[in-house]
Design a protein around this ligand. Structure first.
Ligand code: ARG
Ligand code: ZN
Length: 891
């Protein structure tokens, strides 16, 4: 069944308070829930409660037990008909946490109990109106064996704890803030704790705590530091303070997503908490900082102001991703001089845009395409997508661009003053932002901007430049178009309306200098054009030569730009564009053109040659002393297979991979000495630090190593082994090992892999890296993966492990997945089916690998379709996987 946004109806009852009592036992936990209920209207209504996979023991109203004829119960709901007024409803139910492999609701991981309730997990704990617009205060009492579960945690403040008979004990928690059920959390177990007292802006003392597996306490230093930084940042940038006396983060090894913002008790995938220099890479450190920030920022954007219904998910996720992106950028740029800070920010932007292009652009062009505020869904868990999160953040960022930092802050202040404590909609948010925008820009509004919330697809902006030498005038015409995508294609007569596109640009002279432009009454080198019609033209005067346009600076809108630069113009931008993001874009454009030309040639069996212009650009950027290492590493990285595939019709994945090999080898051979020098010049001796400058050096060094190993350069192979053996941090160790595993065939490769496992088998997050390395390696095929799945350390029930091997292979190992014998597709289908029996949410994520099957070359397409059909026909498929495969086959 499909749920539609426009079918929203208010819940007819208020639930003032929820009192929960948990009697925790691994295989049978008894939960008593007492709800104080009052009807909103003066007439009777049915009280509909959700409940899944739980056993009803008893239900009573005002202390009087209800007989079986007084309610109705099915697989999804418990309905008590025709109720009115105020009453107390009490429900006793049971669940089995030990057997709960879905990791939604209450489950056991390791030796502890955890919960995950967003989006619809609370109904797997107790019968309840499990929807975000029902907000209540919670009092939670937890009873459990004291020796096994010394820590009993829930949301809010601890108000009592006592010992009980039989070696049990109990704790009672009270959360003073009204919240929806999806923000409920409970944890019970034994942990290492790292904690710190901090003082908020207004002078309140708060306790920050990080709980993790016994024995992992030495790995939580960075997490706690990140939490404190996040707290300070939200105060400084948005004036938002922590509203509780204590803020807890708990790491868990089995978790479906990254983390969860439960009020006062965030539960995190251990991968986003645990780090030390020896086990975590620079990328891990960055990921931890950003996810800790993300969940912390949800306290205001998500918890204090929450969503009315799940169609509004991007209200909290898009906004919170925008906030975490800004947090990371500010952290990376901290303590740097102006130019290093600008390039650190550009790196963060490049990283985020790359993520958008690899995950969201394909989604927006495929069967699952949806607006950031979807119109319908079958299973909400399938809509925690790159579109809701990443494109959602871009839509917020455009509002930030249109309002400016100060205007955006004024809008946020107004948002909290209007809606604190409420469950609201995306419209409520944009109404607030529009009020500020209109106030500051009389006569303008955001009416067209709202189309970003209702229409899917990536708009294409075509740019035309006309230069009139006699008038010294340069004219820029922007035209937008966006074809119907996803379900839009199924709607007869669907017409897309134009988007409001903030388009940032500048001009570069033929000699590489930025041009000063007269625009809106002042001289500027970067101008912001607001495209609101299908096509508009802007004129710039006193331009004394035909300029080269530098377009969509800082990626001011999530669109695709079409402009016919010639290779020479691109080469100038690649070396001189004063906007570091646009300079990187120019390199991407130049190298994409070249890679796609070569891929097409290879697909037809041709013999390619490399355009010397590309080698020249690489040489310039490799040696430009004004650029810091991290930014240079991005400039010198070829566009990914996924990004290239978006521009190829039909997609020939193996030709793309071969083209990248070819170009990489040419760039390695052509600049051999420079790569070797780069290796030696970017060591980071001394104590490990994950700061942007040091991490940048390591990434450039490891990139050089990868280039050199791609041509089996003997001294680089030696250098890689030496780096592997002597590394004092995981970034260097893994950088060397992955270069070897990807490119080197000798016996020492397998020895190094075996040794790595031997050394790190006690640390699950490092074992994940070990599996991932092999999943991505060149000659790995489905057979290899099946072999690795038989390894004692493999466990399909642990999502991190499944992701490290199966997902890595299916998502990143193009050649292995697309083997012409169909073995990759058969493997995919088997694993989707196997996972679906364990954890439908994870299975549905894997199912999405085939989203864009119809855009592949004919032989591949047929094999992918066949595999999809096999999954679709599998009896007992979850609605999660069914939604994905049926849409893939039918849209
Ligand atoms: N709200 C969480 C976050 O973005 C994600 C939780 C999603 N959970 C799920 N089971 N799909 O931080
Ligand atoms: Zn989130």
């Amino acid at each position: 069944t499909t749920i539609h946004r426009l079918d929203y109806r208010e819940y007819p009852f208020n639930i003032e308070n929820v009192a929960l009592h948990f009697d925790l036992h691994e295989t049978s936990t008894r939960i008593t829930s007492t709800l104080s209920v009052s009807s909103k209207e003066n007439w009777p209504a049915d009280l509909v409660l959700n409940g899944e996979d739980i056993r009803l023991v008893a239900v009573s109203i005002n202390g009087k037990a209800l007989g079986e004829h007084q309610y109705s119960l099915n697989e999804q709901t418990l309905v008590v008909p025709s109720l009115q007024g105020q009453f107390e409803l009490s429900i006793v139910s049971e669940c089995n946490p030990q057997e709960n492999s879905t990791l939604m609701g209450l489950y056991v991981s390791g030796n502890s109990f955890f919960t995950q309730c967003e989006a619809e997990g609370f109904r797997r704990i107790t019968f309840f109106p499990d929807r975000p617009d029902v907000m209540s205060t919670y009092t939670v009492t937890i009873c459990a064996d004291k020796a096994r579960y010394p820590y009993l945690l829930s949301n809010g403040n601890l108000c009592a704890s006592t010992d009980l008979p039989d070696g049990r004990h109990q704790a009672t928690w009270e959360d003073p803030f009204r919240k929806p059920s999806y923000l409920f959390a409970l944890v019970a177990g034994d942990f290492d704790i790292r904690e710190k007292h901090a003082t908020t802006q207004s002078g309140r003392e708060v306790l920050l705590q990080v709980y993790s597996d016994k024995g992992s306490g030495h790995q939580t230093e960075w997490a706690l530091e990140s939490l404190e930084n996040a707290m300070k940042w939200d105060e400084a940038r948005f004036g938002l303070e922590l509203d509780l006396d204590r803020f807890m983060i708990v790491a868990v090894r089995d978790f479906n997503m990254g983390a969860m913002e439960n009020k006062g008790l965030n539960i995190f995938n251990a991968a986003y908490v645990l780090a030390d220099p020896n086990t975590a890479t620079d990328a891990n450190y960055e990921g931890i900082e950003s996810v800790i920030g993300h969940e912390y920022f949800h306290n205001w954007t998500g918890n204090r102001i929450t969503c009315r219904d799940w169609f509004q998910l991007s209200l909290k996720e898009g906004l919170t991703v925008f906030r975490d992106q800004e947090f990371s950028a500010d952290m990376m740029a901290r303590n740097l001089d102006a130019s290093a800070a600008a390039s650190a920010r550009a790196i963060k932007r490049i990283d985020d845009v790359t993520r958008l292009r690899t995950a969201q652009f394909p989604e927006d062009a495929g069967p699952m395409a949806h607006p950031i505020r979807p119109e319908s869904y079958q299973e909400i868990a399938n809509f925690y997508t790159a579109t809701i999160y990443e494109k959602g953040a871009e839509v917020i960022r455009m509002q930030h661009t249109l309002l400016g930092e100060e205007g955006f802050r004024a809008g946020m202040d107004e948002y909290f003053s209007r809606h604190d404590g409420q469950a609201v909609t995306c419209d409520d948010f944009i109404n607030v932002m529009e009020s500020v925008y209109t106030q500051r820009n009389p006569g303008k509004d955001l009416s067209l901007f709202r189309n970003w919330y209702s229409q899917a697809g990536t708009p294409r902006v075509t740019v035309q430049l006309a230069y009139n030498e006699a008038q010294q005038r340069c004219s820029i015409t922007l035209s937008q178009s966006c074809a119907p995508v996803g379900v839009e294609k199924l709607q007869n007569g669907f017409v897309k309306k134009p988007f409001h596109i903030p388009f940032s640009m500048g001009f570069i002279s033929q000699s590489g200098q930025p041009l000063m432009l007269q625009f809106e009454g002042r001289p500027q080198t970067t101008v912001l054009l607001e495209l609101i019609e299908e096509s508009q033209t802007w004129h710039f005067d006193q331009i004394s030569e035909r300029p080269i346009p530098s377009l969509l600076r800082d990626f001011s809108a999530p669109v695709i730009v079409d402009y016919p630069w010639n290779q020479q113009e691109l080469a100038i931008l690649c070396a001189h564009d004063s906007n570091p993001f646009a300079r990187w874009e120019a390199v991407q454009a130049l190298s994409s053109n070249e890679l796609l030309r070569i891929a097409a040639l290879l697909a037809q069996g041709g013999q390619p040659e490399l355009d010397p212009a590309l080698l020249q650009v690489w040489q310039t950027n490799l040696t430009d002393p004004s650029l810091d290492a991290g930014y240079r590493a991005w400039l010198l990285t070829l566009p990914s297979e996924k990004v290239l595939a978006e521009r190829m019709t039909p997609i020939e994945p193996v030709a793309i991979a071969r083209a990248r090999d070819f170009v990489r080898e040419k760039l390695a051979n052509g600049l051999l000495d420079l790569w070797q020098q780069t290796l030696g010049q970017n060591e980071t001796p001394g104590r490990y630090s994950p700061d942007a400058i040091s991490a940048g050096r390591r990434s450039l060094k490891n990139l050089a190593l990868a280039y050199l190993l791609s041509i089996q350069n003997p001294s680089a192979i030696q250098a890689a082994f030496a780096q592997y053996q002597n590394a004092s941090n995981m970034t260097d160790r893994l950088g060397a090992l992955s270069a070897l595993v990807s490119h080197y065939e000798g016996d020492e490769r397998d020895e190094a892999l075996a040794q790595f496992y031997e050394q790190w088998q006690h640390d699950p997050l490092v074992v994940d890296k070990w599996f991932a390395l092999q999943a991505n390696a060149r000659h790995t095929n489905a057979q290899t993966i099946l072999g690795l799945m038989a390894h004692p350390a493999f466990n399909l029930r642990n999502p991190n492990r499944a992701r490290s091997l199966i997902f890595q292979f299916c998502i990143n190992n193009t050649e292995g997945l697309h083997k012409s014998d169909g073995s990759g597709y058969a493997f995919w289908a088997d694993q989707v089916i196997a996972l679906d029996g364990i954890n439908p949410e994870i299975a549905a994520r894997l199912a999405r690998v085939m989203d864009n099957w119809s855009r592949y070359a004919p032989a591949l397409k047929a094999g992918m379709q066949q595999a999809l059909k096999r999954v679709e026909a599998h009896p007992g498929l979850s609605k999660n996987v069914f939604e994905i495969v049926s849409k893939a086959l039918n849209i």
